[in-house]
Every structure is written in C-alpha cells, then in structure tokens.
Design a protein around this ligand. Structure first.
Ligand code: ASP
Length: 429
C-alpha cells in the first residue's frame, strides 16, 4: 500500500490531474457541450476543498518549521555572532532574489498585454468577482503615512501569536516562532523537552503536508477544469512567458549573484564550487526538495568544498528549512504575473508589501516538492489576489519547482561557505 505513495507516482498523478482537467475544461469550452459544464460545476467543490486544505496546513507549518530551525541550534559563546551572520546572509540573498523577481517581471510583463475585460470574459465568474472586489478595495484605500505604516508593521510583528495564527499574519507568526525557537535554544538542556516536542510536531506537520499534497491531483483536476472551461486560448502565451520569466530570474541569482558572493566575499572559484556541490544541485533539480537533498548538501560542502563542520551544521539544515532564495523569487514573479494578468494595480506600496511577504513566505516554505505553492496562499492573500489563480500556476509549476529548488539548495551551500570563510575556518579541499 505505502509503496504507491512515492514522489514519482505523485508527479504522474499530478500530470494526469492536470491533463484531465485541461482536457475537460478546454473540451467543454471549445465544444460548448452543456453536459460537460454541468460536470465541471458539480466537481468544483473539490478544488475549493484543496485550497481550504492548503490554508489549513500553512500556518502551523510555518510555526513549527521556523521554531524548530532555530531551536535546534546549539548554544555557546559564538552562536550569537554566527547566527547573526547566517541570518544576515539568508535575508540579504533573499532580498536580492525578490528584487530580481520584481524587476524582471516588471520588465518582461508576462501577464501584460491582455485586456482585463477580455480576460474577465474568459474567466469563471467567481474569479472575476473576487478580482473586481479587490480593485474596488484598492481604489477605496486611503494612502497611509509612513508613521501609520510603521505602526501597522509593529502591530503585525508583535501581535498576540494566537491572533497572528488565526489571521494568517505571517510576519507575526515568523517573529514569534523565531523568538520561541531562540528561547528554547537559550534554555539548553532544560529546553530539551520543548525542542523534542517541536521537532516532533514539525515532523507531524510535514507528514500532514505530504498527505494533503496527495489531494493535489484531484484538486488540480477540478480547479483547472473550472478555470480552463472559461479561459480562452489567449492565456497560454502569458503562461509560457511566466515560466521563462521565473527561469530568467533564477538564472540571474544562480549565475550572477551566487558567483559574485563566492568570488568576491568568499574568495573561492565559483566554477570549482558548483562542480564540487554538483551532486546536491542535481539531486535538488531531480527531487524538487531541499529537505530531501539536505544530507547530500551537507556532505558536499564538508567533504568536497572544505567547509568546517560547525558552519555546515549551522547553515545547511537551517537553510533547508528557512532559506529559499529561488522560492522567494518565484513567489514575487508569480504574484506580479497574476496581478498583471487581471489588472490589479501594483503600485510601489503594494510591491513593498510583496517584497516582504514573498521573503517571509519563502522562509515559511517547507523544503518539499511544491511547498512554495502552499505559501503562495499567503502572498496572494496579502495582495488580495484571488486564490483560484493558484490553479493557473499549478498547470506549469513542475518545471518551475525543480529549478527554484536547485537555487534554494545552492543558496544554502554558498551560505555555509560564507560563514566558514568569514569565521576563518575554511580549509579548501
Ligand atoms: N520545492 C522547494 C524546495 O524544496 C520549495 C518550493 O516549492 O518552493 O526547496
């Protein structure tokens, strides 16, 4: 029984789900057969159910994964300094990644060019209603002063954690989780029961996600059939452009940003680095899971590159949990893409919100295949983008997932080199 639930079968099931959904949706639309529309109508609750499941798991997942990542650090004198450097590296590279994502998407405009009116005519009614409600809301919202803005941010950051959890306020959840993890770490031996509990709960949530994700093929089937039954062929070109835009952005992070860090900050040869960690990169590319790649990444940086054990053990496991440069970039591209598509204005303020939510959502992403799709809910919710559009992204998410995971893992490996060289513990192999 359990042997059926393999990653390979899931991928196959996803493809079947997408294939059937696309066929049913397009078939209904092109042939205009009323019976097909009725079928699509009657199964559309399955799509809603899948979205509801995603929303159910995402917040506890972030809470447990971030808390665990920090709680598992070992205390000691150097830990503050090392942790500071590591966190600075994680945030620095994630910010750069999101900026690249925002920049290339604004430049390439994969979702532009379609008249929203034309698009609306090609979308299901509920999606159109949600998109228009959001537009009205944007039009009504009074501009905030900087002071007001800061007040809101402070209130979000230090919100009562139960309220943060209930309202899906990720900033608050991450802040609380970081503090919680940090306190557990500070307690040392006395914190062991709490650490064990969170480790176990984290495993439980991962398990829940891995089960929920098995519902994806059915959910995707219903969502894509519903979406495509009213989507015209005009949408295909923008989708391809979207994939290319993500790939291009990831390419910049992988081929420009990381090599610059490796060369100028770590004083190491970027080509040699990539060659030495190639096993981890290839496994990431093949598995689309940073977590599954973790043991190989650890081995590669320690034994092939020469990163000291302490640095590797600090950065790589935490990185596989919270440092997802590729995912951050992808979430920014995806959000702007859909906003462009349906004509949600992305003014500077909104892009600013995107900048932070994409970074934080990536932090909360589980290092598993399509973990990023789960946290996309947060980015879309923050920007008021109808969640139904996740279905559109799912259609092309597989190739995007594999590429972004490779960038995620590379970021962890570079981070360990960064810490090792800056601590003067690096002995090149
Ligand atoms: N698959 C990615 C990873 O494991 C997460 C994501 O879906 O973005 O790193």
């Amino acid at each position: 029984m359990s042997s059926f639930f393999t990653q390979r079968n899931l991928t196959i099931a996803m493809f079947i789900g997408i294939g059937l959904g696309v066929a049913l949706g397009f078939g209904a639309q092109w042939a205009q057969i009323p019976a097909l529309f009725r079928i699509i109508d009657s199964i559309s609750f399955l799509g809603e159910l899948f979205l509801a499941l995603l929303q159910m798991v995402v917040v506890p997942l972030v809470l447990f994964s971030v808390t665990t990542g920090v709680a598992n650090l070992h205390g000691g004198r150097e830990v503050g300094r090392k942790l500071g450097k590591t966190v600075a590296y994680f945030f620095g590279t994630s910010f750069v990644a999101v900026l690249i994502g925002i920049f290339v998407t604004n430049l390439a405009g994969p979702g532009r060019g379609l008249d929203p009116e034309v698009l609306y005519a090609q979308l299901p009614e509920d999606v159109v209603e949600a998109a228009q409600a959001r537009q009205d809301q944007v039009a009504l919202a009074a501009p905030q002063t900087l002071n007001e803005f800061l007040e809101v941010q402070i209130n979000n950051l230090f919100m009562n954690p139960f309220r943060s959890l209930a309202e899906m306020n990720l900033v608050g959840v991450v802040m609380f989780s970081l503090l919680l993890g940090f306190m557990i770490m500070l307690l040392g031996e006395a914190g062991k029961p709490a650490r064990d509990l969170f480790n176990a709960l984290n495993k439980v949530m991962m398990k829940m996600v891995s089960i929920v994700i098995w519902f994806a093929p059915v959910g995707i089937f219903a969502l894509s059939a519903n979406l495509l039954s009213s989507i015209g062929p005009d949408i295909i070109a923008p989708l391809l452009k979207y994939v290319l835009t993500v790939a291009f952005g990831l390419g910049i992070q992988f081929l420009v940003v990381f090599p610059l860090i490796i060369f100028f900050i770590c004083r190491y040869n970027p080509l040699r680095f990539v060659y030495r960690v190639k096993d981890a990169l290839l496994l990431a590319l093949a598995s689309a899971s940073s977590a599954a790649t973790l043991p190989v990444t650890l081995r590669a940086v320690e034994e092939e590159v020469g990163v000291d054990k302490d640095s590797a053990n600090l950065v790589v496991p935490m990185g596989a949990t919270v440092n997802m440069n590729g995912t951050a970039l992808y979430e920014a591209v995806a959000a702007i893409f859909v906003a462009q598509l349906i004509g949600i204005p992305m003014d500077l303020g909104t892009q600013f919100i995107l900048f932070f939510t994409a970074t934080l959502a990536a932090i909360g992403t589980a290092g598993i295949p399509q973990g990023g799709l789960v946290t996309m809910v947060i980015v879309f919710t923050a920007l008021g983008i109808p969640l139904e559009f996740i279905a559109l992204l799912i259609v092309v998410d597989r190739p995007v997932d594999h590429l972004r995971t490779m960038v995620n893992v590379c970021g962890d490996a570079v981070g360990s080199l960064f810490l090792s060289t800056s601590e003067k513990k690096f002995i090149a192999k």
